[in-house]
Ligand binder design. Structure first.
Ligand code: GTP
Ligand code: MG
Length: 197
């Protein structure tokens, strides 16, 4: 899949506020600071499309981007943001949960996991929430440039093990780096396949 155009459309604060759209939609979720906005920029080949920040909790709204005029990428606010109320930290914001559960046109959710860490309960819990609601998802292990391949493999294996009691079969896994561009083409190809179905 070659990216010929990518443009910001709008931000939303809730499901009712999301734009009307007939396009297949792909959403990116994960812990605050895991690299959602960076991955979106990598996929679209534009450094400044989604706002990236070293300070966690940067993306606070649901941001919509139309890509190649035939699909939509959605940058979601992260979970686990330390300054959010504790009850909010442990789960998706209500409006993000509503978006994931009820948005028509949402084809697939990419859950981003920081490759550097062993499985974190907060990530496993959020993935389990998706499984319970039968949301189609894949795992994307980010920041691969920051971790040795052996450690990456181990962390991925441990994560799948932590999930195994909740899932039948293993979810699809991707490995990416916004820095080295690792994984970009694999992910785009996968999205292309889903968008055509
Ligand atoms: P929130 O919007 O706050 O939830 O964060 P986010 O998940 O959108 O993360 P963002 O893309 O803003 O990136 C957070 C920090 O991690 C920034 O300083 C990025 O430059 C850095 N970062 C993101 N992806 C990578 C990567 O693949 N490699 C490296 N080395 N740094 C990365
Ligand atoms: Mg962000």
């Amino acid at each position: 899949m070659k990216i010929t155009s990518a443009r910001f459309v709008t931000s939303a604060v809730g499901l009712d506020d999301c734009p009307q759209s007939d396009l297949p939609e792909f959403a990116f979720i994960g812990r605050s600071n895991v690299g959602k906005s960076s991955l979106l920029n990598l996929l679209c080949n534009q450094k400044l499309l989604a706002k990236v920040s070293s300070k966690p909790g940067h993306t606070r709204l649901i941001n919509f981007f139309v890509v190649n005029e035939n699909r939509c990428f959605v940058d979601l606010p992260g979970y686990g943001y330390a300054k959010a109320a504790k009850s909010e930290r442990q789960r998706f914001n209500d409006f993000v949960a509503d978006y994931i559960e009820f948005r028509e046109g949402l084809k697939h959710v990419f859950v981003l996991i920081d490759s550097r860490h062993e499985p974190m309960t907060i990530d496993v819990d959020h993935v389990t929430w998706l499984v319970e609601r039968k949301v189609a998802f894949s795992l994307v292990f980010t920041k691969s440039d920051k971790v040795k391949p052996g450690r990456m493999k181990t962390n991925q294996k441990l994560f799948l093990e932590a999930l195994s009691e909740y899932t039948d079969g293993e979810p699809q896994i991707f490995t990416t780096s916004a820095k080295s561009e690792d994984g970009r083409l694999d992910l785009l190809q996968f999205i292309d396949g889903l968008a055509r179905n």
